[in-house]
Design a binder for this molecule. Sequence first.
Ligand code: F6R
Length: 585
Amino acid sequence: MCGIYACLGNSDATSKVLAGLKRIEYRGYDSWGIAICNDEIEIEKHVGKISAIEKLSLADSNNAIGHTRWATHGGVTQKNAHPHLAQNGSFALVQNGVLENYQELKKELQKDDYKFQTETDTEVIVALLEKECGKTIDLEKFSRTIKRLAGRNTILVLTKTGEVWVYRQGSPLIIGQGERGDFYFSSDLASMSLDAKKYRVIENQEIIHFDGKNLESFQSKDLTPKQIIFQIMDQQALEIDKGSFAHFMLKEIHEQEESFLKILSKSEELFPKIAEKIELSRNIYVVGAGSASYAAASIVFNLRANRKNVYHVPAYDSADFAAIFNEKDMAIVLSQSGETADTIEAIEQMKTKGVFIVSVVNMPSSTLMNMADIAYPLNVGAEIGVASSKALTGHMLFGMALADYLENKNFSFKKEVEKFSKQLGEWFGNEKIMNDIKKIAQLLSQKNDLYILGRGQLLASALEFALKIKEVSYIHAEGFSAGELKHGVIALIEKETPVICLVNKLTREDMISSAHEVKARGARVIGIATKNEDIFDDFIELPQAEKFANLSSIIVAQLLTYEIALIKNLDPDKPRNLAKSVTVK
Ligand code: F6R
């Protein structure tokens, strides 16, 4: 949450930061701001999305820093937007994270008569740095200040003299090297690929100093210098272009036709290693948050079918499982961004107990990828739409492929995925089916509540279906097991309540009787299956690959919610109150 972008040593720094912030806006779009330094520090900041801005009132500068905010402490106001200026005017600061001891520090600073202007925890860091350093920051004073900050905080400070001080604790920050002796800082790798061809991930507890020309690095613990060695970026993996699609979300939905095979590109190398570990482990935990947690539930379903001792651990609830973590166990951790605070904390907890970690992460060089004993790259390409689409189905497909490998010890599953991908491509091109989806989107856009029933392998799909509808089209949707119906949920059904039934071969019989039960109470039954049934009032046909109905029914959810968002005039790429990378707890 929140994004930082900075450009140093380039005469176009101001416009480069404006463009860079637009690329990381998905990390938070409550407000944004840029600070430059031309003898004095100047700041421009606004409430709302930066994508609408064409021109800044700021002048050009060699050094500029910027921030997009997802509000945590303090409302969405211009005053609370970053960068925050020191009261003595000597520096501007941006932060990504949460200062956990901000109340205690604030009281201490207020006793010294500091008059706070905002409600943010960030201003507390500014005040502390100003108290410690006066008008000139140096390494010792900077390190004394950051040692007092509790929680996951990454800060970047631009001084009046054109120097930059950076400290990473938790929230990610990456340095990029341009081709003209210029440097960049960004919260993610993909956003920098237009400006820099080389990069280096800043490590936790590392301090970086830019003296106006060169970069130097120090370990914050004892201030020993560290080397900065840059790596070449894989530009293709980082491409963030919408192409001919109206929105990133639509593009990323369509990319699923190709992404499933890409996910398997490392399977021959890594599945045998993961399988060996699975065979030797006592318990297996599958961990993720939000959509990645539903993918975890789906993977648990697949591995349990292989008689494995496997548990679904929602990342934010991992403390409830901590008593059973043990060095004989392993975890499979799922994340698109690799930076989700809840998930990182769960993995930190597991690592202290000696649990072996396999990560399945999309963003290269991210924290969770680096924490893993085996890092399986999800490899679906940059996902920019805030609501997860191709990464979520990618994680589910990973689980299906791994379970198949455990059962058969071969890679024949690839052939089935090839066939499914082809069918999916044809399905996207089927005008009738796409029109059916649009018609049902029209119907659902008028509703306030809807329910999605799944069973077996389609239960995780029903839960994810509901999440997609809620977060992108703002309609109250609940997914649950059809088995739950008679135990209470059926009380919610009234005349014309939409009930979406996800059906596959294995669950067909039970689902059809659930459909009858809700229909008898007046529900409008929308069937999503490979075959139409008499009981359905409306029907969306899935690609004929039965085995993959769990994935294709989610693709229907993605298209439906996208269409509903358009009907309701909402931005499907940036739903309200959300941010792509949830780096705070
Ligand atoms: C929902 C969504 C979120 C993420 C969750 C975890 O559409 O995108 O629920 O799935 O915040 O994010 P990652 O996968 O980056 O760990």
